[in-house]
Design a protein around this ligand. Structure first.
Ligand code: ADP
Ligand code: MG
Length: 245
């Protein structure tokens, strides 16, 4: 793989924690404008891959290119500036701040919004983002008043506040009902229609196959399959990973 193979390109990405190789020589490319499924059993290395790509920690080996530039090991705030956003598997909103203010704080990283109240452009933009993710009628509620799917919407809103053109979404469907999976899928699809490229993680393929254009499947930190949803479903290595594991 090379710098121009996609909007985001991983080449030989490896992450070791002491003796454990969590991500093992992983290479794939994300194409501009697609929704890529990033699938693997629990512990396969999906979140660690996100962490290495988004600057949470540096990879042990390998290269990450973003829009043609080598961004390997760049810190998280640099990746955000470049237009890359992510959500976390476990949500961490500020519990004592309202929904709209949680979004505003992601919008204004220097915390102006927390000191001087919400006004003007900051309030307008944060409100708009809350509406975009389906929280327009819950602006002044606190995060703990939201159901699980609402917290996911808030997490997506906080990511959107950084105005990304690539969004990495870690396990959005865990703990959701089928109805909620469908609603969140619609939201993710609408973000793609707005021009945001998406990588969506799941530990199985439930709910994901109708959403994604392509998938990369990993096991033990390595890629075992890549292709269109129909191909992935039938892939012997994928069936083995799920039935055998
Ligand atoms: P997934 O997201 O696919 O479920 P993870 O990337 O979270 O998997 O974890 C992959 C492996 O790396 C697991 O064995 C996990 O225990 C290990 N791991 C993840 N993060 C750390 C860390 N910060 N320190 C040590 N081991 C870790
Ligand atoms: Mg994970």
């Amino acid at each position: 793989y090379g710098p121009d193979d996609g909007v985001l390109v991983l080449d030989g990405l490896t992450k070791r924690f002491g003796g454990l190789t969590a991500v093992d020589d992983l290479s794939f490319a994300v194409e501009d404008g697609e929704i890529l499924g990033f699938i693997g059993p629990n512990g396969a290395g999906k979140s660690t891959t996100f962490n290495c790509v988004t600057g949470t920690y540096p990879p042990t080996e390998g290269t990450v290119w973003y829009r043609g530039e080598d961004v390997t090991g760049e810190p998280a705030h640099e990746m955000v500036k470049r237009g890359m956003a992510r959500t976390f598997q476990s949500f961490r909103p500020l519990e004592d701040r309202s929904i709209v203010r949680n979004v505003a704080l992601a919008l204004v990283p220097d915390k102006i919004a927390s000191l001087s109240g919400l006004r003007g452009e900051t309030r307008r933009r944060a409100t708009e983002i809350c509406e975009r993710v389906g929280l327009g009628d819950r602006l002044t509620q606190l995060p703990d008043e939201l159901p699980h799917a609402g917290l996911l919407r808030l997490e997506l809103g906080r990511a959107l506040a950084t105005d990304p053109d690539l969004l990495l979404v870690d396990e959005p469907f865990a703990g959701l009902s089928n109805q909620e999976v469908a609603e969140i899928s619609d939201l993710l699809e609408s973000l793609r229609d707005d021009g945001i490229t998406l990588v969506v993680v799941d530990h199985n393929m439930r709910g994901l196959l109708s959403l994604i254009d392509r998938a990369v499947v990993i096991q033990f930190g390595s890629k075992i399959a890549e292709g269109r949803p129909e191909e992935i479903k039938r892939d012997p290595a994928v069936q083995e990973a799920y039935l055998g594991g």
